[in-house]
Design a protein. Structure first.
Length: 197
């Protein structure tokens, strides 16, 4: 089985960045979408990024046009662009298209291209629906897909061993206080990842 890539998304603070770098994730995503409430300024982005080595940098840009992004962030600041499915403003190379299905049926009706990498944002679909049947497994067998990490422990093994996506996406988040955040749930995920791979 090929190694499953691990991507940490929505990095908003140095605590998250250092944790995920220590866990040796493959990709680290920073919120740079100019319309997003939690967007990092260029100074914040560079300040966090300067402390981290290893993971490839993903600029999460949502619907932000390429020209507007270039006014604030340099193309040398990141390796990948993660944009909404309907944002066609970026080249195919090193682009991850984000898809937010509202139901499991949306996965069957969307046209996925073989030359794209996809990120499934699955918060609107219950894990029970998602992990029953073979739709997600079939999609991951045919395309390079990042799947959101499951919240239920029993689904971690199923995702890794049975569904076998191209990658698993984990979320960063707000600190409980500056420099402190609990990583107990993420620690459990990484323990399972080590066991099942």
């Amino acid at each position: 089985m090929p190694k499953i890539k691990i991507k940490a998304s929505s990095i908003a603070n140095l605590t998250d960045a250092r944790y995920f770098a220590a866990m040796m994730v493959d990709f680290m995503g920073y919120q740079l979408d100019l319309s997003h409430d939690e967007r990092l300024s260029a100074a914040e982005f560079h300040g966090i990024k300067a402390w981290v080595e290893g993971p490839e940098i993903v600029a999460q840009v949502g619907k932000t046009p390429k020209a507007l992004l270039a006014e604030i962030y340099s193309a040398e600041d990141y390796h990948w662009i993660s944009c909404d499915m309907d944002n066609d403003d970026y080249d195919n190379k090193n682009v991850i298209k984000e898809f937010r299905p509202k139901s499991i049926q949306d996965l069957a009706h969307e046209s996925f291209r073989s030359d794209h990498i996809y990120q499934l944002r699955l918060q609107d679909i219950s894990e029970q629906d998602l992990y029953q049947g073979g739709l997600l497994t079939e999609l991951c067998a045919q395309h390079q897909v990042f799947v959101s990490a499951p919240s239920q422990e029993q689904n971690i093994r199923k995702l890794i061993e049975d569904i076998q996506p191209y990658g698993i996406d984990l979320l960063g988040g707000t600190e409980e206080k500056v420099g402190f955040k609990s990583y107990e749930e993420l620690d459990v995920f990484f323990e399972h990842l080590e066991i099942y791979t």
